[in-house]
Design a protein around this ligand. Structure first.
Ligand code: G6P
Length: 442
């Protein structure tokens, strides 16, 4: 009899979990997940139970052989797992709220994964993921770690360079979201489109776009900047691109590029929203309450539509397709975060990049891109320098590394503002930054 797979989901109480469960149900004929372990921390126990019960109802409705296990014991969940997915948030939404609100006081973009917010999310999360990799090494050394935890690029970089595990892939829904949106604005089926993705997480570009194998780049760039059809994600204001600018850079930007190429407008938008609805974290808190109320309904047996109010559309599609392709050695092309290995020239060999890869049983094989176009190369390199410095800061707890990372981030206007911001945010997140406050506690 075919051996079934064991999957452990760290942060299993997330409101996104039903997406994942749906993805595994839909692929069960070729991806035989027999054990799905949802694990969370004690603070997340109530949500874990609610989501876990919904997952069980979904599995019963689907009539497949998959058992859902709920636990607060990470080690138990990891023991013998074939795949480990991570989707946790250190400090929960309250920490995200601070990441988004504090920079606004200094006239700086407040965003979950970019700028000062992204730096602090990395500082809080990297020590935790490195602990998890130690458990993986001990309890399921053959498992693949599929990380969605943000900031996914920096988390992947940290695991690649500071852990002993090699089987790690970072995943994001931005590339698949871009493809789906582009297919919609072009009025074609998504599976006829191929985008050549390259860059970094939340800093990825479409270098070329193919329809049935033929480049339609000019048409795609025009469609992406059509004032009537702005493509974005639920968490990013869909401010329009200057069509001539998009024509000029000659590549398809991702929704997050708005923070870099339209900084003032995005900041004005954030400040206005802050006055009315608060930060994105505040909005998400409301959506989560609504979602968990729905999940509690014992009649509910499928993923509710309201989940589409979150920014993570197609996340399950990306995750389950990746796991499926590794398991079945499909050798198809998927954009993931992986070790560069020279695929993008000018980015360190050992750094994480987000690039199209061939997905095999031995993991992703990045497809060589060479040099990025000169118009975007500098920004990508600058962000990679920021990411590497941020990772060093997270691992060492070194104040000067953290300040350097903050100051070289393109969204932070000066060294002085960088220092104010750093000090303010270190204090605000003190409880989740033991590496920085170690000497005080000792
Ligand atoms: C996008 C990003 C994810 C991020 C999400 C936030 O999908 O690609 O990395 O987690 O947005 O969405 P939210 O609904 O939490 O604001």
């Amino acid at each position: 009899m075919e051996k079934g797979l064991k999957i452990a989901v760290i942060g299993g109480g997330s409101s996104y979990t039903p997406e994942l469960v749906e993805g595994f149900i839909n692929r069960h004929h070729e991806l035989p997940v027999r054990e799905l372990w949802l694990v969370d921390i004690p603070e997340g126990e109530e949500k874990l139970n609610i989501v876990g019960e919904l997952a069980r109802r979904m599995v019963i409705k689907a009539g497949i052989d998959m058992t859902i296990y709920l636990t607060l014991d990470r080690r138990q969940a990891l023991a013998g797992a074939d795949f480990v997915t991570t989707q946790f948030r250190v400090g929960l939404l309250a920490a995200r709220q601070k990441d988004e609100a504090i920079p606004l006081k200094y006239g700086v973009i407040g965003q979950e994964t970019n700028g000062p917010g992204g730096l602090f999310k990395a500082l809080r999360t990297i020590p935790v993921i490195l602990e998890i990799t130690k458990d993986i090494e001990e309890l399921c050394p053959e498992a693949w770690l599929v990380n969605f935890t943000n900031p996914a690029g920096m988390i992947t970089e940290a695991v690649l360079r500071h852990s002993n595990i090699k089987k790690v892939v970072g995943l994001c829904n931005v590339p698949i979201g871009m493809k789906m949106d582009l297919a919609e604005v072009l009025g074609v089926e998504a599976d006829r489109l191929e985008i050549q993705f390259a860059g970094l997480n939340h800093m990825v570009y479409g270098l070329d776009v193919f329809l049935d194998g033929i480049s339609i780049k000019e048409k795609a760039l025009a469609a992406a900047s059509d004032p009537g059809k702005q493509m974005s994600m639920k968490n990013i204001a869909a401010l329009g691109w200057e069509p001539d600018f998009i024509k000029g850079i000659g590549v398809l930007p991702c929704p997050y590029h708005r923070y870099y190429y339209k900084t003032d407008e995005m900041l004005a938008e954030e400040l206005e929203a802050f006055e009315t609805t608060g930060t994105r974290a505040d909005v998400v808190k409301g959506v989560e309450t609504e979602l968990f109320d729905l999940y509690k309904n014992v009649e509910l047996q499928t993923k509710p539509e309201q989940l589409e109010k979150r920014g993570g559309a197609y996340y399950s599609e990306a995750a389950c397709s990746l796991i499926n392709s590794i398991y079945n050695n499909k050798q198809d092309v998927q954009p993931v975060n992986t070790k560069n290995c020279g695929a993008i020239a000018g980015i360190p060999y050992d750094s994480a990049v987000e690039v199209n890869c061939i997905i095999t049983k031995e993991g992703p094989k990045p497809i060589t891109v060479g040099e990025l176009p000169v118009a975007v190369r500098g920004l990508v390199q600058q962000i990679k320098s920021f990411e590497r410095t941020a990772v060093e800061a997270a691992v060492s707890g070194d104040y000067y590394n953290a300040l350097t990372a903050m100051a070289i981030n393109p969204l932070v206007p000066s060294d002085t503002i960088a220092k104010y911001l750093l000090d303010d945010m270190l204090e605000a997140h003190k409880d989740y930054l033991p590496a920085f406050f170690h000497s005080e506690k000792a």
